[in-house]
Write a protein that binds this ligand. Structure first.
Ligand code: PEP
Ligand code: MN
Length: 337
């Protein structure tokens, strides 16, 4: 970090800051300009709160030059991380599409949707069995029977699976049924859950919190990686802004930003990102054009009767048409889909 001293800082104040930095094992490089003194502090600042230095007399501001996340940073691993799940690779040339209903409802529902998304080119079947609903009176998911349906149907269709884990106690059970454990937006900073997931060796799909910055998303990934689980897939699923024309604001720019800051793959979820079926395709196309490593898209054969998120679910036909378009966009970028 760099400590910028006030123009009026006295030599005593400067020496006091230097002494504090040295005490904390920093190497200090002083540069005295015409008006101001800068103190470059080199060392491990992971446990240092820069605000403590901002409070010292004579300090103008403290600038951070390194990231607070290490394992998730591009500097730590310059190549893109490849997440291998059976014969599928995420983060490589292929744009991987995960599709399915918001919630697992019945075996027949899952069978119809799985067959349709598989035919259109999806590789991973999604379906929530534990649902984080805003209202306690809304459908909360089928629980373990729902996971059994997801697993059975996916195996029949030759698809991988992803489903959300909402709490630590569900983790061992979920890990038995699914290939990818999803951490929902509302749990992105559930640090106990992240720590437990860090101990598993299952890929984790980490969704960006509703009001989380990109740095906070990467810090959440750091929790998983600090536990030894490097199989992390990030997901931009829209954030809360003042705009209310859509359910959330899908932050497409997060995709290139994350690619620059981190080696982890990032996918986009235009379904939760927009909340409206008619907005899903344009945002899916934009996400692939922006370099997304994959997409998560909600699809339902009878969205009017879906138990959750029907309004944002594509009809199978719409999904198939979208996949054709995405294939062309991916090709322009030298990627497969
Ligand atoms: C979901 O994928 O169904 C879901 C609840 O997503 P999010 O956590 O992004 O709201
Ligand atoms: Mn949903």
């Amino acid at each position: 970090m760099v400590v910028v001293m006030d123009e009026a800082a006295t030599e005593d104040q400067i020496q006091n800051v230097i002494a504090k930095l040295v005490e904390m094992n920093f190497n200090v490089h002083r540069s005295t300009g015409v008006n101001q003194t800068l103190l470059g502090a080199i060392g491990d600042r992971r446990n240092i709160d820069p605000r403590n230095f901002e409070l010292l007399d004579g300090v103008h501001e403290v600038l951070r030059v390194t990231t607070p996340y290490k394992l998730a940073s591009r500097a730590f691993h310059p190549e893109n991380s490849l997440i291998k799940i059976r014969d599928l690779t995420l983060g490589g040339d292929e744009v991987v599409v995960m599709a399915g209903p918001c919630s697992v409802e019945t075996e027949t529902q899952m069978e119809i949707i799985a067959a349709a998304v598989k035919k259109a080119g999806a590789k991973i079947l999604r379906g929530g069995a534990f649902k984080p609903r805003t209202s306690p009176y809304s459908f909360q998911g089928l629980g373990e029977p729902g996971l059994k349906i997801l697993q059975t149907v996916a195996a029949r269709e030759g698809l991988l699976t992803v489903s959300e884990v909402m709490e630590v106690a569900q983790l061992p059970m979920l890990a038995e049924y699914v290939d990818i454990l999803q951490v929902g937006a509302r749990n992105m900073q559930n640090f106990n859950l992240l720590r437990e997931l860090g101990k598993t060796r299952k890929p984790v799909l980490l969704k960006r919190g509703l009001a989380a910055t990109i740095e906070e998303l990467l810090m959440a990934a750091e929790y998983l990686m600090a536990g030894g689980n490097y199989q992390v897939i990030l997901c931009e699923r829209g954030i809360r802004t003042f705009e209310n024309a859509t359910r959330n604001t899908l932050d497409i720019s997060a995709i290139p930003v994350v690619h620059k800051l981190s080696h982890l793959p990032i996918i986009a979820d235009p379904s939760h990102g927009t909340g409206r079926r008619d907005k899903v395709a344009p945002m899916a196309r934009a996400a692939v054009a922006a370099g997304a490593d994959g997409l998560m898209i909600e699809v339902h054969h009878d969205p009017d009767h879906a138990l959750s998120d029907g309004a944002q679910s594509l009809f199978p036909k719409q999904f198939a048409a979208l996949m054709e378009e995405l294939r062309m966009i991916a090709q322009v970028l030298g990627r497969k889909l």
